[in-house]
Design a protein. Structure first.
Length: 110
């Protein structure tokens, strides 16, 4: 994932969460909002309550890898915020991938 495709500003992050549509499953919470740019952007968050910094970063790397492998599932002109839930900790990569892809497919069909 290129740095240009990342939501970094706290203001933008909170704006997507407040004004965007919310989709949930057992492992992820996904917020989507239209943007005025000609590209998609992602923000990934893991709450501190979930685990320590090492494991939070490991979960974020896994999610970024899933997003890079499935670029056809999201569209331009949208901001996506993915919040990772505690249930992701002990799950294998394939389970996380299947659940995130299903969630993205569900939002793409809407």
């Amino acid at each position: 994932m290129k740095k240009i495709n990342v939501v970094k500003s706290n203001l933008e992050f909170n704006d997507v969460i407040k004004a965007g549509k919310c989709y949930k499953n057992q492992y992820f919470v996904l917020y989507i909002k239209n943007n005025n740019l000609d590209r998609y952007r992602f923000g990934i968050s893991v709450p501190k309550k979930v685990t320590n910094a090492v494991n939070r970063n490991k979960l974020k790397r896994k999610v970024r890898n899933i997003l890079d492998n499935h670029r056809n599932l999201y569209s331009k002109n949208k901001d996506y915020i993915i919040i990772i839930r505690k249930s992701c900790l002990m799950e294998p990569f394939k389970v996380l991938e299947d659940n995130l892809v299903d969630l993205l497919k569900y939002t793409f069909s809407k």
